[in-house]
Design a protein around this ligand. Structure first.
Ligand code: 4BW
Length: 151
């Protein structure tokens, strides 16, 4: 919860707002697209992080990227799912944050992205900052400010 006494919501480190890596669904760079589509479908998420076996962050994979990769001229080429790997298709230009970044930086990035991956200084994956978590905190802040106004 945001503390109104100490204030400065936007200046807070994002560390306390992230979903830790062990609770984030992910795939590995060498997995085939069939496996990635299974993970996306089973978890219900539209995009998830791509890591290597040492947990280094490499990019994001999403259902639209997978569908685009198997889209033929006249039909969806489902047989490609087995042969293409995540590394061939993922978005490797996704922005990242570090735990020490201020929430303000995360907030700006979340305007255009539903979640941002957090990495350490060597690029190892630490977790994600999602729109849901930030909006929940902001909603609580607005509510507290409203109650304070009524005092
Ligand atoms: O399975 C779900 N469980 C819950 N609790 N909420 C879900 C689930 N699937 C979707 N949602 C809700 C969340 O509010 O729909 C929003 C959009 O989902 P998305 O993007 O398009 O799949 C969710 O918003 P969010 O929590 O702010 O999450 C933003 C995005 O972050 C999600 C997904 O791409 C990613 N994400 C969130 N939690 C994740 C995750 N990726 C992997 N593992 C997780 N635990």
């Amino acid at each position: 919860m945001i503390d109104l006494q100490t204030g400065d919501f936007l200046g807070k480190d994002i560390g306390s707002f992230i979903i830790p890596s062990e609770r984030v669904a992910h795939v590995q760079i060498g997995n085939n697209l069939e496996h990635a589509l299974l993970v996306l479908t089973r978890t219900g998420y539209t995009a998830i992080p791509v890591l290597d076996p040492t947990y280094k962050f490499h990019g994001l994979i999403s259902s639209p990227l997978i569908l685009d990769a198997i889209m033929g001229l006249e039909r969806i080429e489902f047989e490609k799912l087995e042969h293409l790997v995540v590394e061939d298709v993922m978005n490797s230009n996704a922005p990242t944050l570090t735990m020490a970044d201020p929430l303000e930086k995360g907030l700006k990035l979340l305007i255009n992205h539903p979640f941002i991956c957090t990495v350490d200084e060597e690029g190892y994956f630490e977790g994600i900052l999602t729109r849901r978590v930030v909006l929940k905190q902001m909603n609580a802040l607005v509510h507290q400010l409203k109650l304070k106004e009524m005092d």
